[in-house]
Ligand binder design. Structure first.
Ligand SMILES: Cc1cc2nc3c(=O)[nH]c(=O)nc-3n(C[C@H](O)[C@H](O)[C@H](O)COP(=O)(O)O)c2cc1C
Length: 281
């Protein structure tokens, strides 16, 4: 066998996977395979063993990430590892003290990166007029997210776990300074990768019923209040099982984006992006 692999978690049956993802109201069973089973088994993990990853894991994850679609093949993203303990500490601090950032053997920062294209334009004597626009930043952020999700799927298929760290956007300028990012590069989120420590394996978190996210032809909110009430009950049970504050999805949404204070500095993101060389015209 080429390279080293870790063994994936045993995958549940289709019925069990759909029940875990949707609780009492799963969609009808359709086509199924091991890839889909792996996707449905995703859960974020917030506690890691320090054990290093098998050699070549980082490069495999980056190959998976680079295999994602990228807008017009512009490839407006990059990824940075954070190995230096002092730099890790800065990342954890920016993210409000999330300890899994310090624990995990691999911490990545996915970067929206238009600087490479900018350099290309300058070297060719053709400064790129399209670069300063909001559209180009959005393209770069989408590219970074698609790449990262491919890395997540690859990691999970190897039996590893992950959690995204959007809280790096609490202070993107400090992240940029710590990683030495040139203008036109912004850390859109971090990603912890590793093996869960005992008890931190996590449970599949239920999602909204499909009826509220899948609109057949026309956007329809008629069933939303009843579906939200059912999902609130599902999420309260999940929270209780996982010893989280036993609040509903509704309460969590309000806590997360109900006030400007709850944005933890991200209300100033437009100014931070401008400081990082994204005019967002
Ligand atoms: C872009 C992004 C940023 C996130 N940031 C954080 C974070 O800073 N800290 C954290 O603990 N989880 C973070 N998460 C994980 C979400 O909370 C998690 O995906 C969500 O609660 C659903 O749970 P699941 O991933 O276990 O299904 C983030 C997820 C995404 C997609």
């Amino acid at each position: 066998m080429d390279g080293m692999t870790t063994s994936p978690r045993e995958t549940p049956t289709q019925q069990a996977a759909l029940a875990a993802r949707y609780g009492a109201a799963p969609p009808p069973a359709g086509p199924w395979n091991a890839t889909i089973a792996g996707l449905l088994d995703h859960r974020s993990v917030r506690g890691y063993r320090p054990d290093p990853l098998p050699p070549g894991t980082l490069e495999t994850l980056v190959a998976a990430a680079q295999s994602a679609a990228t807008s017009s093949n512009l490839q407006t993203w990059s990824v940075a590892t954070v190995e230096d303990p002092a730099a890790r500490a800065v990342m954890a601090e920016v993210a409000g003290g999330q300890k899994h950032i310090l624990e995990c053997p691999l911490f990545l920062v996915f970067l929206a990166d238009v600087s490479r294209n900018d350099r290309l334009g300058r070297e060719e004597g053709r400064p790129l007029e399209g670069l300063p626009y909001l559209e180009t930043f959005l393209v770069a952020a989408i590219d970074a997210a698609l790449a990262a999700q491919n890395a997540v799927v690859a990691a999970e298929s190897l039996g590893l776990s992950t959690v995204y760290i959007g809280a790096l956007r609490n202070d993107p300028v400090r992240v940029a300074e710590t990683l030495g990012l040139p203008p036109g590069v912004m850390g859109v989120f971090g990603l912890c990768v590793g093996t869960p420590k005992p008890g931190a394996e996590g449970e599949v978190k239920p999602r909204l019923p499909q009826s509220v996210v899948l609109h057949r032809g026309r956007y329809d909110v008629a069933g939303e209040p009843a579906a939200r009430a059912a999902y609130d009950a599902e999420m309260s049970r999940f929270s209780q099982r996982n010893e989280m504050a036993a609040d509903s999805w509704t309460q969590r949404v309000i806590a997360r984006i109900g006030t400007v204070k709850a944005l933890r500095g991200r209300d100033r993101l437009a100014a931070a992006l401008q400081a990082l060389g994204f005019p967002l015209r």
